[in-house]
Each structure stands twice: as structure tokens, then as C-alpha cells.
Design a protein around this ligand. Structure first.
Ligand code: ADP
Ligand code: ADP
Length: 232
């Protein structure tokens, strides 16, 4: 589903260039829950911006769902970006809109008709377990409920990949577990590919099938979660 081949990314700086990613090879299969773990400065955010195609690599090839980024026109790129849904540490909800309004937003942007939107929003609310909270505003929700809205909104247009950027880092342990259970459930039910970018090892251990450990722009370890975390 996602392939990175010899990906490098550098940023210009006063003293030459900063290499945020220095040769990343990664292959994420359809239906996998793939964890990318690393400390601050490892290059996680850079990797997210590349996968999300907000930025181009300096060199190397990035292929998402068979499409190579450098071969797409602006219009094709806009289209292809819909294949990736994203959730965030601080949820990034629209505070002036209700739960329903937040989930409906990407459908409105995509030009989905009102009746269809209503039906889809109801399905999504059910999927993430927010029945009864449709008309609440984000300020009236707990952190876990806000992230459920974030997940529903990210899935509204049926993406092929859900990209999670520190999605549980602002939540307490119990809420974290309930969100991880929901993500597992969605992965099983929809066969959705999930990429979890995090600095929390226990999150990766709980739900990821595979993991890559990122350290100063390089992958220093990669494999099945059980193998990687059971080093002697
Ligand atoms: P992480 O998300 O793991 O903390 P980042 O991808 O943000 O890591 O950063 C990796 C490295 O790239 C860091 O050294 C950071 O300072 C540098 N970097 C990231 N974005 C930029 C940028 N826009 N301009 C210059 N340097 C950057
Ligand atoms: P939590 O404590 O559950 O993480 P918060 O209510 O503190 O949630 O807010 C989560 C995010 O939303 C934060 O990044 C915060 O800066 C932002 N935020 C909070 N209030 C508003 C607001 N009225 N409008 C826009 N963004 C807001």
C-alpha cells in the first residue's frame, strides 16, 4: 500500500542542509497496522508530511496505492491525497461545529449531496460509538470522545490508509486503550491499513503488527513487533 525507496529529505539551513531523513526503505502492506516509533527529532513529522504528500522527497521514490508521487499532476495529487485520512494528537476539530458538523465537513468539501451526507455521518457515528452525542460541541466532549470524532472525520471519504500522528499521546491510559481498541476494530472490520506514528512503545506493542524504529533519519530496526521488542 505504501512503499518508500531510498527516501531522502533535507531542509536548507544556515550551515548547509539538515538531513531529516537519510535513506528510508519501507514497505507497508494493505491491511497492516504499522508502527513508526522514534524520539523527538527522529524524522517522524517529516515522514508524515511525505506520506501525506504535503512535501516531496529530496530523492528516492514514494509510492502510495501503486501511484508514484513524482508522476502525478497537481490535480491527480489532490485526488490521491483523499486516499489518506489523518488523526492528530490534539484532534484538530472545528470548535464552532457539532460532532455531526465536524464529521460532515470533509463530505461537504468533497461535494457529497445532503441526503447522502446524513446517511454517511450516521454510519460513522455508529462506527466510532458516539451515538447520542451528535449535537454536542467539541468543548463538551472528553478527550477520548474528541478523538472518536477525529477518527470518524478521517474515515468519512473512505480512505485507504489511516495515518495516526501521536493520536493517543494527549490521552490518559484508559482512554488510550479504548481508542486503540477502536482502531483495532476498524482495521479488522474495514481491512483498513493503519500507520501509527508515535513515541509510545506500549501503543505499538498493543496494536501494531509491524514496527520500524526511526533514529536521526534512519530506520535502525524493523520487523514484527514481537521480534523487535524481544531482543535479548
Ligand atoms: P520528529 O517529528 O521525529 O520530532 P522531525 O521530522 O520534525 O522529527 O525533524 C527531523 C529533523 O529535521 C530535525 O533535526 C529537525 O530539526 C529537522 N527539520 C524538520 N523540519 C524542518 C524544516 N521545515 N526546516 C528545517 N529543518 C527541519
Ligand atoms: P484536551 O485537553 O482533551 O487535549 P483541549 O480542549 O485542551 O483538549 O484542546 C485540544 C486542542 O484544541 C488544543 O490544541 C487546543 O489548543 C485547541 N483548542 C482549544 N480550544 C480551542 C478553540 N476554542 N478554538 C480552536 N482550537 C482550540
Amino acid at each position: 500500500m505504501i512503499q518508500l525507496k531510498s527516501i531522502k529529505k533535507s531542509y536548507p539551513s544556515k550551515n548547509g542542509a539538515v538531513e531529516a531523513l537519510s535513506g528510508i526503505d519501507l514497505s507497508i502492506r494493505q491491511g497492516e497496522i504499522f508502527g513508526i516509533i522514534g524520539y523527538s527529532g527522529a524524522g517522524k513529522s517529516t515522514l508524515i508530511r511525505l506520506i501525506n504528500r504535503l512535501e516531496q522527497p529530496t530523492s528516492g521514490r514514494l509510492i502510495v496505492d501503486g501511484k508514484e508521487i513524482s508522476s502525478l499532476s497537481k490535480k491527480e495529487l489532490r485526488e490521491a491525497r483523499k486516499d489518506i485520512g489523518m488523526i492528530f494528537q490534539h484532534f484538530n476539530l472545528l470548535w464552532s461545529r457539532t460532532v455531526k458538523g465536524n464529521i460532515s465537513f470533509p463530505l461537504e468539501v468533497a461535494g457529497v449531496k445532503k441526503a447522502e451526507r446524513k446517511k454517511r455521518v450516521q454510519e460513522l457515528i455508529k462506527l466510532v460509538g458516539l451515538e447520542g452525542r451528535e449535537n454536542a460541541y467539541p468543548s463538551q466532549l472528553s478527550g477520548g470522545q474528541k478523538q472518536r470524532v477525529g477518527i470518524a472525520r478521517a474515515l468519512a471519504n473512505n480512505p485507504k490508509v489511516l495515518l495516526c500522528d501521536e493520536a493517543t499521546s494527549a490521552l490518559d491510559p484508559k482512554t488510550t486503550n479504548s481508542i486503540l481498541d477502536l482502531l483495532l476494530n476498524i482495521n479488522k472490520k474495514l481491512g483498513l491499513t493503519i500507520v501509527m506514528i508515535t513515541h509510545e512503545m506500549h501503543v505499538v506493542k498493543k496494536i501494531c503488527h509491524k514496527v520500524a524504529v526511526l533514529d536521526t533519519g534512519k530506520i535502525v530496526e524493523e520487523g514484527n513487533v514481537l521480534d523487535v521488542f524481544q531482543n535479548p
